[in-house]
Design a binder for this molecule. Sequence first.
Ligand SMILES: Cc1cc2nc3c(=O)[nH]c(=O)nc-3n(C[C@H](O)[C@H](O)[C@H](O)COP(=O)(O)OP(=O)(O)OC[C@H]3O[C@@H](n4cnc5c(N)ncnc54)[C@H](O)[C@@H]3O)c2cc1C
Length: 409
Amino acid sequence: MSGRVVVVGAGLAGAKTVEALRAGGYDGTVTLIGTETDRPYERPPLSKGYLLGTDERDAAFVHAADWYAAHDVDLRTGTTVRTLDLAGHDVIDDTGTRTGFDHLVLATGSEPRRLDVPGAQLDGVVYLRTLGDSDRLRAALVPGTRVVVVGGGWIGLEVAAAARAAGCEVSVLVRDPMPLLHVLGPELAAMFADLHRGNGVDLRTRTEVAEVVATGDGTRVGAVALADGTQVDADLVVVGIGAAPRVGLARDAGLTVEDGVVVDAHLRSSDPHVLAVGDIARAAHPLLGTHVRVEHWATALNQPATAAATILGRDEPYDRLPYFFTDQYELGMEYVGWVGPHGYDEVVVRGDLGSRELVAFWRREGRVVAGMNVNVWDVVDDVQALIRSGAVVERDRLADTSVPLTDLV
Ligand SMILES: Cc1cc2nc3c(=O)[nH]c(=O)nc-3n(C[C@H](O)[C@H](O)[C@H](O)COP(=O)(O)OP(=O)(O)OC[C@H]3O[C@@H](n4cnc5c(N)ncnc54)[C@H](O)[C@@H]3O)c2cc1C
């Protein structure tokens, strides 16, 4: 099939889109445009192995440097698209260059939410999104450095673990009574709180940051002041308070945007020539019966195959369940499924919370809606099958490690 595809955003989702197009036999022109000067790379190592110094830089890249030319992909790094001219079927970049398309794929990802308090602009207040951010953070994590992490989400907690491994003194400031409370609920959030406290993190909950306080000549961070009047000394403040989808281009072009670019299950936006993938896509989900936006690696990895199929004229809706993973200290986990706005009735634990070796199931009306395996491996496919089946499962059988998961479906 010939034509012109332009992909805006050269992260994981953008790179996988051009790969899937070529793998699917698309032989038109393919252009991949990205702001960053590095070729596309994966972000999970930036707060884990790469930050810890155990993963090589090269391992983060999605493709070898020569892959793009070898697959006739025009990769334009260091280039930002400023405007989408949907009527004219052109994108316009920061050099004023117009690039024409028959199909446009938006893969512009997310950007960190900024801390909005006095002093947030001081040197030593940092964010983690890019390889360069990870390089700078890694250089700053030296023994004895006082690191204050603002926010108890996944990235904040992973940075806290890496900073402890590097010998830093670490405080984590969380607004809620527990980190990850909104993602996991109190039962499993408590496990992560214990994990960090057990590894020497000064975890402070129900805190509100009032100000970042300068030291010395007034340009560098010296402490974080809390709303209750206390201060936490800091050489480095890492802000991990969530991310926002980069939807400016889509919104300015008149596409439907509601906390993400709204797309159907084939990842087509309100303009059928424009698709969206990865962090920015709020996609109709056939199984979940609603639109979901998932800011996780697996979505950026897997949605592109659907986008390419749509462009190639194939009917392959995206119906994978949301999936994510984390590694912190000696704990590795995978989570699959979606609790959603209806919430859950109870969490059933198969295994041992104390030793952090378990599979947890979130149950609603007797059905499993999400599952998380912690330091237990090769079960995620079975957990997914259980969720997809919609089977009503007896509580005791779910908790019983002697009952194979495959017997529950
Ligand atoms: C530190 C870190 C650790 C993470 N760890 C995990 C993990 O353990 N597990 C997990 O499931 N997920 C993890 N994630 C989330 C995961 O990395 C993201 O979901 C994934 O990167 C999304 O891919 P994407 O391609 O949609 O967007 P992005 O990776 O954000 O890439 C988008 C790209 O588009 C570019 N761009 C934006 N606007 C323009 C424009 N106008 N013109 C040109 N280019 C543009 C950006 O510069 C960027 O390079 C982590 C994220 C971070 C930051």
